[in-house]
Write a protein that binds this ligand. Structure first.
Ligand code: SF4
Ligand code: SF4
Length: 505
């Protein structure tokens, strides 16, 4: 067992109100510069919808992530070193600016400095890239709140994928559709395709906390990371000629603070905590044959931070006491492993993402309430989950590589918590049978409720500080190949780095 530690995130989609505060505060902190006008390290998508960049989930088009060969090995979808060499000057798998959007501003000066006259002054939109007037035709949230859904949502790659299965049950007419928000950042994957795609060895995953970064000095601007990342969360800065990406706010994490997006989240739907995992298991888990097994295989990689044998092995691996204490109190571990209500985003990309999601129950509750029935009643909710195939199949296509059984189990747990806690809050007798129906106890239901519904800051964010000394100690414990457990062996990789400006060699 080779124990490693990573800071991970869980987002509770039922609580996202789509306010975009996270995106805006992240942009102010990290991409409020020339060359990054179109860049959103954090963005919030309305689903069903096309996302940002447009149709990013269509890997037939973008060739991001990994695929499993017939012999059971993993290879980058975009091809190996030779294939990369062939497209190093003209990469057909790269999104163009119009796939993101043409960033724009307005001629505000016209409003404030126009001379007095008969006409109302106007502020035309101008491109932030060319300075020329433009017609705005798309933006990072063009289909926000299902705006234009009849025209745009049918082009959602997930809708296209499951339409054969669910037929005409997917509708985008008002009051017949369903929607929810999906906030997205870099997944800081355990098996990052971006790292293995980089010909310059500039992308790396830190050993001490698993954060994936770009070494700006080493980046040569080949952009193979942009096409290699299936989540399209690496961006090219056209001013500096370098790749940039979400840093998981590492300067804040290093001093025990939550990321900007987490701290400012209005819905209090983000959770941060340490996950311990067995690096020896990652390669096998990412390469399991059946895509439906990818979610349980990744869960199998995670280690119980309260198990004495794990703690002992972690100490031997150089993980500090502070990190082990944080791992024991990790809300992320509890949501993923104890209560099993969080799921990975697109496990079929085989990058082993480390930002997980509690799926939204709200489309089901709303549908039950719309029939005039009690949307908080456990019986009504359980049968509605079975009957409402569209959200479950859609959610499964996003979170479990299509395994509806796993999504169903999570939604049942969430529904049971709602029904159980409603009785408690109304002063009625606790009904243990509701908890037992989903394999939990009443005490666990209440703990889960405290974490998901009350969600105080100290419960949501359990972030240990990382002293530079810890990183140096880890550098000695894990030699150069230590930080990224998997990858195409033929790809150049530099794995262990201790900060954006400092790399071990
Ligand atoms: Fe790399 Fe994964 Fe982040 Fe994409 S989502 S940039 S593959 S770590
Ligand atoms: Fe959702 Fe929180 Fe972002 Fe608002 S700040 S859009 S609630 S994730």
């Amino acid at each position: 067992m080779k124990v490693m530690a990573q800071i991970a995130m869980v987002m509770n989609l039922d609580k996202c109100i789509g306010c975009h505060t996270c995106s805006v505060t992240c942009k102010q902190a990290w991409t409020n510069r020339q060359g990054t006008e179109y860049v959103w390290f954090n963005n919030v998508e309305t689903l069903p919808g096309q996302g940002y960049p447009r149709r990013w989930e269509d890997q037939e088009r973008w060739k991001g992530g990994w695929e499993r060969t017939r012999s059971g090995r993993l290879r980058l979808r975009a091809g190996g070193r030779l294939a990369k060499l062939g497209k190093i000057f003209a990469n057909p798998d790269l999104p163009r600016i119009d796939d993101y959007y043409q960033p724009w501003t307005y001629e505000y000066k016209n409003l404030t400095e126009a001379p007095a006259g008969d006409d109302m002054p106007t502020a035309r939109p101008v491109s932030q890239l060319t300075g020329e007037p433009i017609d705005i035709e798309w933006g990072p949230n063009w289909d926000d709140n299902l705006g234009g859904a009849p025209a745009h949502a049918p082009r959602d790659p997930i809708v296209e994928k499951i339409r054969d299965e669910v037929g005409e049950k997917i509708r985008f007419e008002f009051e017949q559709s369903f929607m929810f928000y999906l906030p997205r950042i870099c997944e800081h994957c355990l098996n990052p395709a971006c790292v293995s795609s980089c010909p310059s060895g500039a992308m790396y995953k830190r050993a001490e906390d698993g954060i994936v970064l770009v070494d700006q000095d080493a980046c040569r601007g080949w952009r193979m990371c942009v096409s290699g990342c299936p989540y399209k969360k690496v961006y090219f800065n056209h001013r500096t000629g370098k790749a940039e990406k979400c840093t998981f706010c590492f300067p804040r994490i290093e001093v025990g603070m939550p990321t900007v997006c987490s701290q400012t989240c209005v819905g209090r739907m983000r959770y941060l905590g340490v996950m311990l995992y067995d690096a020896d298991k990652v390669a096998g888990a990412a390469a399991v044959e059946d895509e439906h097994d990818l979610y349980p295989a990744q869960v199998e990689c995670f280690l119980d931070p309260r198990d004495p044998a794990v703690i002992e092995a972690a100490r031997r691996s150089g993980i500090t006491r502070e990190w082990l204490d944080a791992a024991r109190d990790s809300p992320v571990y509890d949501l993923i492993a104890t209560y099993q209500v969080a799921l990975p985003l697109h496990p079929e990309y085989r990058t082993m993402p480390m930002v997980w999601y509690v799926p939204p129950l709200s489309p089901v509750v709303e549908a039950v309430a719309a029939t005039g029935s009690d949307g908080e009643d456990a019986g009504n909710l359980f049968s509605a989950i079975d009957a409402l195939r569209i959200p479950v199949e859609y959610l499964a296509a996003i979170l479990t590589a299509g395994d509806t059984y796993a999504v169903d189990a999570v939604l049942r747990r969430m529904a049971a918590m709602r029904a159980y806690m409603r009785r408690v809050n109304l002063g009625e007798a606790r009904d243990e049978s509701i908890a037992q129906a989903v394999g939990l106890t009443g005490v666990e239901m209440e703990d889960m409720f405290r974490l998901l519904a009350i969600a105080k800051q100290e419960d949501r964010f359990v972030v240990p500080s990382a002293a530079r000394a810890d990183a140096d100690a880890l550098a000695e414990t894990h030699p150069l190949d230590g930080a990224c457990p998997v990858g195409a062996p033929s790809e150049p990789r530099v794995m262990l780095n201790l900060g954006p400006a400092r790399r071990s060699s």
